[in-house]
Design a protein around this ligand. Structure first.
Ligand code: 8YV
Length: 321
């Protein structure tokens, strides 16, 4: 029997995925609760054939300048790849794969959870109930309806389109901004805005669904917040880097933005402490793709890519420059 390839594995996955790794590879598991530091990852990758990482691992130019020559492929357990310097990887001839498609529905579901949680004040309601205050004679905890409202989607890729599909079922009118206009079949009646400012002006609800990049960094800052209708509701399942936290916190405090639902944060797992005191911030710890089914599919797709590259076959979801 031929030797199994050596795989540096930066985290653990679902039991099915872990079992496949143990069966088909010679794994070097991260034994710690904490993510590997870059130097620990480099050490684990020394002599390995492949490396499996996630967005907590930063694979920058330094990483690729120090990475062992033995590594033939890198897979990230994510659709997002802003944590990887692709140009540096490709300059060294190392293909990088990601996991598009399999997490689209789970992430769009969390988009709805955030829209509903923020608009129906689910965090305040939970707090009231748990502190023994069922209701107050001075007034009920009133939120804002989705029915008939405009949902603006900034970044209309796979997840944006899946969110649009769900939002339509809730009676929302979908508008979007994207680098290019979708086909009518993909649009499903959503209204295209060529520039983001025009989208913001109509968005009673706004969902951030663009990848993090230099172009999208701090898209949600005061200058753009001021274009939204007063009392707009904002959600983010994409990347924290799309938001200027201080500006959003200021707008949530003043009520300029009525509520926010956030699953991702700049600098996560640390987050701006200003969010923690806000009753109108509905916060989740990056659980967009976190279902058993989705996480298993992501792991399997990551391993399919690694195996394909190592066996010289076409890999299903490699990233291009
Ligand atoms: C993470 C994500 O990969 O797919 C992405 O881009 O951010 C998530 O699915 C997941 O939280 C594991 O780190």
């Amino acid at each position: 029997e031929s030797m199994k390839p050596i795989l540096a594995v930066a985290r653990h996955f679902t039991p099915e995925v872990n079992a496949r790794i143990d069966r088909d590879f010679e794994p070097r598991w991260n034994p710690n609760e904490q993510p590997w530091t870059q130097d620990e990852l480099l050490q684990a990758a020394d002599g390995a054939d492949a490396v499996l990482v996630s967005p907590v691992n930063k694979l920058d130019a330094r990483f690729f300048s120090l990475l062992s020559n033995s590594v033939k492929v890198i897979a990230t357990f994510s659709v997002g790849y802003d944590h990887i310097d692709l140009a540096a990887a490709h300059a060294r001839g190392i293909p990088v794969s990601h996991t598009p498609g399999v997490l689209t529905d789970a992430t769009a579901d969390v988009g709805m959870l955030l829209l509903l949680g923020a608009s129906r004040r689910a965090y305040e309601a939970q707090q009231r109930l748990r502190s023994g205050l069922w209701a107050s004679s001075k007034g009920d905890l009133l939120g804002w309806s989705l029915q008939g409202k405009v949902l603006g989607i900034y970044g209309m890729g796979r997840i944006g389109q899946a969110l649009a599909h769900r939002a339509r079922a809730f009676g929302m009118q979908v508008h979007y901004n994207n680098r290019s206009r979708l086909s009518p079949d993909e649009e499903q009646g959503a209204v295209f805005h060529e520039d983001a400012a025009s989208l913001l002006r109509v968005s009673q609800f706004l969902s951030l669904n663009a990848p993090a990049s230099q172009d999208t960094r701090h898209f949600l800052r005061t200058e753009n917040i001021d274009l939204l209708p007063a009392g707009a509701i904002v959600i983010n399942t994409a990347r924290g880097a799309l938001v200027n936290d201080d500006d959003l916190i200021t707008a949530l405090k003043s009520g300029r933005i009525a509520a926010a639902g956030l699953d991702v944060f700049e600098g996560e797992p640390k987050l701006n402490p200003g969010y923690l005191d806000l009753p109108n911030a509905f916060l989740l710890p990056h659980i967009g793709s976190a279902t058993v089914e989705t996480r298993t599919a992501m792991g399997m797709l990551a391993l399919d890519n690694i195996e394909a590259v190592l066996k010289g076959r076409p890999a299903p979801t490699l990233l291009r420059n």
